[in-house]
Every structure is written in structure tokens, then in C-alpha cells.
Design a protein around this ligand. Structure first.
Ligand code: PEP
Ligand code: MN
Length: 474
């Protein structure tokens, strides 16, 4: 019976691809069955110009022999969790650096980020009463889209920094040359990061038994840190009670945790080489991360990124600003999720609170009319970027307001607010203004460490988690 169902699904898929191919043939004049390199037949945005094509080719061929970083079965587990989120039985907390940096790669940074994400998950699960999908923006978040190809300082103009997987952030002409060797470094950094995260998740560190150990040292005296510790004590009490009542404290539920990785699917040379055929399903998965999303700047319907994303079987996301036309969103969803599989596709809206109140209802209505199942997530960061005292920053108040608008709109439409996507760090940085920690415009210079966009610090991120929990509480 199950076999028949799977077979049925598959033939549906084949038909859907055939239909899609026809459409692509018409619009592009290319033969169009999907394969990992089929994106090369389409116009592409935001890719580097490598000066040495042979070196690139050699590096890619080396990478193609490296092991997958994640396994297809894990992607399917994640997709089943996201399918629950789609119907309101879960919530996604996705977060991490705007751009991971080779120079900030060390065990303490990974651990502190991991602790913070777990704290947030606990706050949301406890306060909101829903299972939380923990999705790190980590172990591969190395490529950045840029609004401008060149960066100018004084009289000097150089190619923009595009993330450590491509070139270097230093403002020198040498650093800004795209270097294929960085692909290998990014792979190795991702593998080592993932290894540590897996160790934390399965080796006891991420277990609920250690909930009070997750608080970061510098948070001990902050309001959010104290708020968190109150909650952790209540969890400890509940566990002690359950143990007295006969619960097995060695249970994996208490000692392990589920954690997934994600990054922007931007650098297609890299993503293609890590795309592998899964022997269980005979389908392709991009094994660089469990979940990939497509950015606002690379989501053109008839371009390479959409082509690549439609064929990989990982759960995927697409960022959507207020520039998105509701009809185009419906077309995009049909293309990326032709079988309307729950959990396959997340729409990550990022437009600022004001635009969200106006535009999101229209997007939701169009998707609803089309009968499409998606998970709605808010990225309250990228519609709220501004420059203050020469620093790219964001105001906590605007970030919080966008999340508020997101919940308000979904409440009024009767749809599901499925998650938050944040740029954040476990470090005590001063990159975003405001919040309980009262970072002021004058403070920005003191601990401004990001290589790209400003991140919430641990206290600000935890404050967001408490707000989200308050909105989920029924
Ligand atoms: C990002 O997530 O860092 C990013 C560039 O987002 P967007 O594509 O939404 O601008
Ligand atoms: Mn960013």
C-alpha cells in the first residue's frame, strides 16, 4: 500500500517535471530536464568572476569527491517537522550570523551560538507550548549577495566582499579577488562546525537535563538572563517531579536534541558539487545543509537559482520582500513545490512592519486562493537595515514591530505564523540598537564585529524569543 502511494507520488512528480520542462523549453529554448548542473543553462545573478577557470574546475572536481555534509534522511525528518509547522503544530527558530567568517571560527563561538539557540527554543517551546524546530544559519553560511558590485572608500574602488567562500573582507585588491581555494576552506569549516554541533546534540550537552547550563556567562546579571534562569528552574523542577513519578532520566528525549543547519543557496558552483543522488529515493539532495533558502536578489522566476532549487529535494525557502507580486509568488510556489508537499517550501517575508501590514495579507490571500501549502516565516532583519553614525545597524524596536505585524496579520487572516529567521550571535556584540540591553548609537563602535549585516546580541535575541512565546500562547 505504502509502495503504491510512493509510486503514485513519483509518477506525479515525473509528470510535473515534464510539464515544467515544456514550459522552460518554451521560455528559454533549452532542453529542460532537471539535473544538478541544469542551472547553467539559465541567466544567473550574484556569481563571482573567477580569474582562473582551470583552478576553479580543479577545485570543483576535488570537492565533488568529498563526502556529503548531511544525509538525505535527515532532510526528510526536517521536512516532516516543517509539515507540522505548516498546520500550526510547531514553530521554527532559525538564526545565526549574516555571514560566517573564517577568522571567527572557533569552538567557543559555535558553543555560545548553540547555547543561545537552545535557550530561545526552550523559551518558545515552554512559553508557547509548541515543539520548536531548531534551524541554525550556520555550518555553510559563507556566501553573500551584494546590492553593489563595487565598494568605494575615498578614491579607491574595489570589488565588493562576497563572503569568505569567495573573497576576503579586507579592503585590498588582493583580498577581493575570488579564490577557488576558499571553496575547500568553507567546506572544511562547515564539516568541523557540523561535527561539533552534532556532538553537542547527541553527547548530552543539548539535553534538557542541562537547561540551566545554557545561560551565557555575560548574561547572568541581565534582565533576560534572569528571566531565562527563572524558566530554567521551572523546567528543572518539572523534570525532578517527572523523575519522582517514574520518568526514566536516561531517556533520549531528555538527553539529546534535534538540530538542523541551513544557509543561503547562493554560490551555485559549490551547491552543485555537493548535490548527490540519494540511494534510498533515487532523488537529488543538496548535501551542503539540511535546508537551503534563496535570497531576495536571486529569486527571478526564469533564472538559475529557481532552476537549481526546484530540483533538490531538501526542504527549501524563499525570501520575499514587498516587491513580490502576489501572482508571481503563486507561480514561484507552483514551480518549487509542484506536488504541494507540506513542509517542502517556506516563504520568508522581509519587508518592515509597515509594508508587512499592507502587503502580507495580499500574498497570503493569493496563496490561499491557489490552495498552496507553505510555511510562513518572518525575517524581521532585512527590511530594517539603516546607517547610524557610519554603521550599518538595525533598531530592536523595528525588528520587534515587524514580528508583531507578522503575528497580527496571520491572526487576522486565520493563517499560521510559522517561525522567525534572525541574524544573531551568542557574543555580546553591539551591532543592533535598543532592546533591554540598551545598546545606543554611541555604543555601536565598541563591539561591532560583523563582517556583513548587524546581528542581535544574545540578550536581544532572547528578548525576541520571550516576545514570540507571548504571541504563541493561546
Ligand atoms: C541575508 O539573509 O543575509 C540576505 C541577504 O537576505 P535577503 O536575501 O532577504 O536580502
Ligand atoms: Mn544579512
Amino acid at each position: 500500500n505504502l509502495k503504491a502511494r510512493v509510486g503514485g507520488r513519483r509518477s506525479l512528480m515525473v509528470r510535473a517535471i515534464a510539464a515544467d520542462s515544456k514550459e522552460l523549453r518554451l521560455s528559454n529554448g533549452t532542453g529542460a530536464k532537471w539535473f544538478p548542473a541544469s542551472w547553467r543553462n539559465f541567466p544567473v545573478q550574484q556569481q563571482p568572476d573567477y580569474p582562473d577557470a582551470d583552478k576553479l574546475k580543479g577545485t570543483l572536481s576535488e570537492l565533488s569527491t568529498y563526502p556529503p555534509l548531511i544525509f538525505a534522511g535527515e532532510c526528510r525528518t526536517l521536512q516532516s517537522r516543517l509539515a507540522k509547522v505548516a498546520v500550526g503544530e510547531g514553530f521554527i527558530v532559525q538564526g545565526g550570523d549574516c555571514a560566517e567568517a573564517f577568522t571567527q571560527f572557533n569552538a567557543n563561538n559555535i558553543r555560545d551560538f548553540y547555547r543561545l539557540l537552545l535557550q530561545m527554543a526552550l523559551v518558545v517551546a515552554f512559553g508557547g507550548g509548541v515543539p520548536v524546530v531548531k534551524l541554525g544559519r550556520i555550518a555553510g553560511q559563507f556566501a553573500k549577495p551584494r546590492s553593489a558590485g563595487m565598494e568605494k572608500k575615498g578614491d579607491v574602488e574595489l570589488p565588493s566582499y562576497r563572503g569568505d567562500i569567495i573573497n576576503g573582507p579586507e579592503f585590498t585588491s588582493e583580498a577581493r579577488v575570488p579564490d577557488p581555494h576558499r571553496l575547500v576552506r568553507a567546506y572544511n569549516h562547515s564539516a568541523a562546525t557540523l561535527n561539533l554541533l552534532r556532538g553537542f546534540s547527541s553527547g548530552g550537552y543539548g539535553g534538557l537535563m542541562r537547561v540551566s547550563k545554557w545561560n551565557l556567562d555575560f548574561m547572568a546579571n541581565s534582565a533576560e538572563g534572569k528571566h531565562y534562569m527563572d524558566l530554567a528552574r521551572r523546567v528543572d523542577e518539572a523534570i525532578a517531579f517527572m523523575s519522582a513519578w517514574g520518568l526514566d532520566l536516561n531517556s533520549p528525549v531528555l538527553n539529546t536534541t534535534e538540530f538542523f543547519t541551513s544557509h543561503e543557496c547562493l554560490l551555485l558552483d559549490y551547491e552543485e558539487t555537493l548535490t548527490r543522488l540519494d540511494s534510498t529515493t533515487d532523488q537529488f539532495y543538496d548535501c551542503s545543509a539540511h535546508y537551503l533558502w534563496m535570497g531576495e536578489r536571486t529569486r527571478q522566476l526564469d533564472h538559475a537559482h529557481v532552476e537549481f532549487m526546484r530540483g533538490i529535494q531538501n526542504p527549501i525557502g524563499v525570501k520575499v520582500s514587498d516587491k513580490m507580486d502576489p501572482r508571481d509568488l503563486v507561480t514561484m510556489i507552483a514551480k518549487l513545490n509542484p506536488n504541494n508537499t507540506p513542509g517542502r517550501l517556506t516563504v520568508i517575508t522581509r519587508m518592515g512592519a509597515k509594508a508587512m501590514r499592507e502587503k502580507l495579507p495580499k500574498l497570503i490571500e493569493a496563496v490561499r486562493q491557489a490552495g498552496q501549502i507553505v510555511v510562513w516565516v518572518t525575517d524581521p532583519m532585512h527590511g530594517n537595515t539603516e546607517t547610524v553614525a557610519g554603521y550599518k545597524t538595525r533598531r530592536f524596536e523595528n525588528i520587534r514591530n515587524e514580528i508583531e505585524a507578522f503575528f497580527d496579520v496571520h491572526d487576522s487572516m486565520g493563517t499560521i505564523a510559522g517561525g522567525v529567521h534572525l541574524e544573531m550571535t551568542g557574543n555580546n556584540v553591539t551591532e543592533c540598537i535598543g532592546g533591554g540591553s540598551q545598546v545606543s548609537a554611541e555604543d555601536l563602535e565598541s563591539r561591532y564585529h560583523t563582517h556583513c549585516d548587524p546581528r542581535l546580541n544574545a540578550e536581544q535575541a532572547l528578548e525576541i524569543a520571550f516576545y514570540v512565546a507571548s504571541r504563541l500562547k493561546k
